[in-house]
Design a protein around this ligand. Structure first.
Ligand code: ADP
Ligand code: ASP
Ligand code: MG
Length: 403
């Protein structure tokens, strides 16, 4: 008998048939005597629709109220999943994130988990129940509902697996594992049998939405080994775990494209100490994550151009911050482009191989893709390119490195 945490994403619970399919999978583990905690997402499209409704009222809705709104999506699914299990004669109880003891900070729409006290979960498991927990949500210590950032049900599952010391953590989705790149863009992408936390983290941060990046960070920190697999077949999935020696033999583990980035250029920013600090402090205080930053060299002029990228959904909020610091910073104008994509290649083997960057740039040049920004880490190279050329660029880079 084992304690298993299973997470089912939006497509896996998209309609009553799919929810019955989830119930049957859970029932099979129950029949073996395992204890099962199920984490579910909102049915596919529900979260997007709720966001759309709010945006029809205002571009900048209150973040607290957005959390109140979005948390309802997962609440529908937990109840439906419990009802489906009852239908199979299995005792099951649904819990909201708060009822499961998930306490977060107060950064609405991207709250961080502070602690988990899963008392109710334990009690229900001990009484023979399957426990179904709403993904993506928690509450502050003052009792306000929060959400954990898009894709945050992954984080709920991993955090619960850590808190419950689960023997197994399975992330069920609509692909049967982590591939060398998004199989919807490159059909001959290869399924990986295993991948290190660091590689998965870089791929997730680079837009491979198969796992939410904060969930991978959490898994690494608490040593939660997990498997990404399909809810629609029984194929073995991909194991995500600590790096092993053999993983270094592969130079490039995967390629990712993030279509969700926007680029901001502040033109004619005064070139004096303290200006960058002022800009990025203001953005940080608004909980806007800035990714790449490039500052041009100012050829003897007292001003320079400063470009940075951020997540598209943060753009409306960022515009407000940028307007607010204009008098203090004194830049001339702010140019915004939403037509950018971030292409990244990732692999721990890059540490001990040279020439990877040159090969990426050469491949993009052959495709006629202009590189607007570059950033690198020990195991990743990212470039900002024209969004319209993103998918062709991924195909070319995947072909050049993986085949
Ligand atoms: P869920 O709703 O189950 O959380 P997501 O839509 O968030 O599922 O993530 C699964 C999707 O991630 C896949 O359908 C696939 O298109 C995409 N994806 C992007 N990069 C990868 C990759 N490297 N491997 C597998 N899937 C990927
Ligand atoms: N429903 C949330 C979202 O769409 C969380 C999740 O699916 O993991 O982002
Ligand atoms: Mg997801």
């Amino acid at each position: 008998m084992a304690l298993i945490v299973q997470k089912y994403g939006g497509t896996s619970v998209a309609n009553p048939d799919r929810i019955m399919n989830v119930a049957r999978r859970v029932a099979a583990y129950r029949a073996k005597g395992d204890q099962v905690v199920v984490v579910v997402s909102a049915m596919s499209g529900v979260t997007d629709n709720l966001i759309k409704l709010a945006k029809e009222i205002t571009a900048l809705p209150s973040e607290r109220e957005m959390d109140m709104l979005l948390a309802t999506g997962e609440q529908q699914t937990i109840a439906l999943t419990a009802i489906a299990l009852h239908q199979l004669g299995i005792e099951a109880t649904s819990l909201t994130g708060a009822q499961a003891g998930i306490v977060t900070d107060g950064v609405h729409t991207k709250a961080k988990i502070q602690n988990i006290t899963p008392k109710k979960v334990h009690a229900l498991l001990d009484a023979g129940n399957v426990v179904i927990v709403a993904g993506f949500q928690g509450e502050t210590s003052e009792g306000h509902i929060t959400t954990l950032g898009r894709g945050g049900s992954d984080l709920t599952a991993i955090a619960l697996a850590a808190a419950l010391k689960a023997e197994l953590c399975q992330i069920y989705t609509d692909v049967d594992g982590v591939y060398t790149t998004d199989p919807r863009i490159v059909p001959n992408a290869k399924k990986l049998t295993e991948i290190s936390y660091d590689e998965m983290l870089e791929l997730a941060g680079a837009g491979a939405k198969v796992m939410q990046s904060r969930s991978v960070e959490f898994a690494k920190k608490f040593g939660v080994v997990f498997e990404v697999r399909s809810s629609l077949n029984d194929n073995p999935g991909t194991i995500v775990k600590e790096e092993t020696k053999s993983m270094e033999g592969v130079v490039i583990r995967g390629v990712a494209l993030d279509k969700n980035q926007a680029k901001v250029t502040l033109v004619a920013v005064p070139d004096r100490p303290g200006v960058a600090a002022c800009i990025f402090k203001a953005l940080g205080e608004a909980a806007i994550n800035v990714d790449m930053i490039v500052q041009n060299i100012s050829h003897g002029t007292p001003t320079t151009d400063l470009s940075f990228t951020l997540d598209k959904p943060d753009l409306a909020k960022a515009r407000k911050v940028i307007d607010a610091f204009k008098p203090e910073v004194g830049y001339r104008e702010a140019l915004v482009s939403e037509q950018v994509g971030k292409l990244s290649i990732v692999g721990v083997g890059m540490r001990s191989h040279s020439g990877v960057a040159a090969k990426v740039f050469e491949t993009l040049a052959k495709e006629g893709v202009n590189i607007e920004m570059i950033s690198t880490s020990e195991i990743k190279i990212s470039v900002i390119i024209d969004l319209a050329k993103g998918e062709a660029a991924v195909k070319a880079v995947h072909q050049a490195f993986i085949g």
